[in-house]
Design a protein around this ligand. Sequence first.
Ligand SMILES: *[C@@H]1O[C@H](CO)[C@@H](O)[C@H](O)[C@H]1NC(C)=O
Ligand SMILES: *[C@@H]1O[C@H](CO)[C@@H](O)[C@H](O)[C@H]1NC(C)=O
Ligand SMILES: *[C@@H]1O[C@H](CO)[C@@H](O)[C@H](O)[C@H]1NC(C)=O
Length: 294
Amino acid sequence: MAFGWKLHVILSFFFILAAINKGVAGYKHVVLMHGILAGPDEFDYFATLVKQAYPGTPVTQIDAFNHLESLTTMWDQVDKISKLVSPILTNSSSGTVLVCFSQGGLICRGLLATIPHNVETFISLSSPLAGQFGDTDYLKFFFPYYVKENIYKLFYTEVGQVFSVGGYWKDPHEQKLFQKFSTYLATLNNQSDTFNPKSHEFKENFLRLKNIVMVGGPDDGVITPWQSSQFGMYNASEKVLPMEKQEWYLNDAFGLQTLAKRGGLHLHTIPGIHHVRWHKELQIFKCCVLPWLT
Ligand SMILES: *[C@@H]1O[C@H](CO)[C@@H](O)[C@H](O)[C@H]1NC(C)=O
Ligand SMILES: *[C@@H]1O[C@H](CO)[C@@H](O)[C@H](O)[C@H]1NC(C)=O
Ligand SMILES: *[C@@H]1O[C@H](CO)[C@@H](O)[C@H](O)[C@H]1NC(C)=O
């Protein structure tokens, strides 16, 4: 009897300790944003892995602008998704880990610039963070009359900006037109001819981040140049220059240089992974997502 009573007290004590510990440490909310021509189920595998690693972790797979709707104008997507995720991203008693794939990474750049958020770590899986300049099957499918050399004639117009890809198309030979017409990437990089009265607010919001984990690799096959997944981009001779050589890094236009100086940039270059596999490989989860969940 006496022993049973003591055991009960001891067990209760441990349960209470565990509960307190969990309450204090909590789990960061994991928010997953899919890529172009896909939906929230694209992240089912990683969502399962998160819950296996840390049962009880809140996980949200953003269910908006799925499939064909993912071609919608970038700012329209950001505005609507912002309304959906703001309650999570502005929860003052919690932090967020934002995991975004491909075009989703650029959607996430928009969220990070416009919301006074609680995101601690932004994990970008092969996102064209510095823009895209390359022929792909889906581009050929939707715009059969164009190739990368001339599609700026469509994308760098008001009509062309209606398409998500137009917003982050980065033709290295048409920098002036990019600055004139790109309503999305040029604005995020503070390179647009149209003055953005909120550029400092964008930077402040962006700098609420502690870490960016940039994952990409040479066998991606879609993101071009693949170094755009780590903020690299072509110059006018189509030579890829790293982020440190980009104008918006040098003048710290949106906070990337400050974040780098704080030690907040984490680059992973992984060969052998084709574009559609980044969120399907256990290896990628283990190296680049799991360490950031707690
Ligand atoms: C905010 O975070 C707390 C602590 O993790 C959680 O209990 C609560 O449900 C969260 N609220 C929202 C709106 O996510
Ligand atoms: C963005 O560019 C404008 C115009 O050049 C400048 O006035 C503003 O200070 C820049 N914003 C940031 C955050 O550097
Ligand atoms: C592009 O960068 C390369 C390597 O730094 C340089 O040699 C070349 O002159 C640059 N092209 C232009 C047009 O600036």
